[in-house]
Design a protein around this ligand. Structure first.
Ligand code: DAH
Length: 350
């Protein structure tokens, strides 16, 4: 092997041993740099004749090109290797399962409200809603609770700005005001029939919604839910209330032997009035009377405020607490758990 061939070989070897681009550039300098070995060979030609310079120069050039080719090849190899390392590091396994978003679900009280609507819907009741900021008139006066009536103090009311002098607006303390709101709309819609002395379609409605009272402990929350019920017609009796509400409770609690008790009570907007208690015959609550609703025959003054003649129209109303129904159904003993927003608690109901 002549001197130039072995120069090419040692350059190729040194390049091959260079593990990084920086090493490779150092190795390059040893051969192709200003005082590199190829440059030295060129300089050494100064003494040679023109003829000799020609052939020697050509031979050195061939060697130089070979070294440059080896350098380029090694550069490329190092770059490829680096790319491979990078690709491996950034590798994406497309066969891995994606990150799942947890499946949401309804709040237990919403589940109860849906359940109530489903059951009453199957018995022909519509669903109505009303405002949470209510006037004094609809929340109290229209419901036969005049300003100085002691029943007003049964409700610890949150008053808000606005309203009439001496009768400020408030956060509704019950869903009962929607009885009157809904009935007034119903009467308006069927005004022509009423004026013609024709029978008006019955009012059969439930009103689920949020209600507010200044009250807070394990069984009371300042915001709570109620669901009102109202059935008004020409021939609706207390017996219908018993039948309807018994069917509702037995369906809601999936318990055919559930017993109901209508305990005489007082509400300004009903006469007679009753608290409704239920009793389970089996399970952890068996034998205890549990209050679930207030109810009664709608007071003639309220029927009048609905725009109807109490001599002709009669019916019943009830108001129940969906929060309490949810507690009884699932065996929860602290109402506040429903409103803390703790996902560990709430996700148990899905
Ligand atoms: N509004 C009553 C309350 O919040 C509950 C109630 C009682 C509603 C009797 C009614 C009813 O419709 O007839 O305590």
């Amino acid at each position: 092997m002549n001197e130039l061939d072995s120069l090419v070989e040692s350059a190729t070897q040194l390049f091959a041993q260079s593990a990084t681009p920086a090493d490779l550039e150092n190795a390059k300098a040893q051969f192709l740099g200003k005082s590199g070995r190829v440059t030295e060979l060129m300089k050494g030609m100064a003494q040679l004749s023109v003829e000799e310079k020609k052939s020697r120069g050509a031979a050195i050039n061939v060697a130089k090109q070979a070294i440059e080719a080896a350098l380029t090849a090694r550069r490329q190899a190092l770059a490829d290797a680096e790319l491979q390392v990078q690709l491996k590091a950034e590798a994406l396994d497309v066969s891995l399962p994606g990150r799942q978003r947890g499946q949401g679900g309804l709040h237990p009280v919403s589940l109860t409200l849906e359940r109530i609507q489903g059951i009453f819907g199957s018995m022909g009741f519509d669903v109505a809603e009303g405002p949470e900021i209510e006037t004094d008139w609809f929340n109290f006066t229209a419901l036969n609770t005049p300003e100085d009536h002691p029943a007003r103090s049964m409700h610890d009311t949150f008053y808000v700005e606005g309203g009439a002098p001496g009768a400020p607006n408030l956060l509704r303390t019950h869903t009962s005001p929607v009885q009157v709101r809904h009935a007034v709309q119903h009467v308006k819609k069927h005004r022509a029939l009423l004026d013609a002395g024709q029978p008006m379609p019955e009012i059969r409605v439930i009103v689920p919604g949020r209600t507010y009272r200044v009250d807070s402990d394990a069984t009371h929350s300042p915001m709570f839910h109620q669901c009102e019920g109202l059935w008004i017609g020409e021939n609706v009796s207390f017996k219908d209330l018993k039948v309807i509400f018994t069917a509702f409770c037995r369906t809601f609690f999936e318990s055919d032997d559930l017993v109901l008790r209508f305990r005489p009570s007082f509400f300004p907007f009903t006469e007679p009035s009753a608290e409704i208690d239920i009793q389970f015959q089996s399970g952890p609550l068996a034998g205890r009377w549990l209050e679930v609703a207030g109810s009664g025959q709608v007071h003639p003054n309220v029927v009048r405020n609905m725009g109807l003649d109490p001599e002709k129209y009669i019916g019943f109303a009830f108001g129940m607490g969906p929060d309490r129904l949810t507690m009884l159904r699932y065996g929860v003993n602290d109402l506040r758990l429903f409103f803390d927003g703790d996902i560990r608690f709430l996700s148990q109901f899905q």
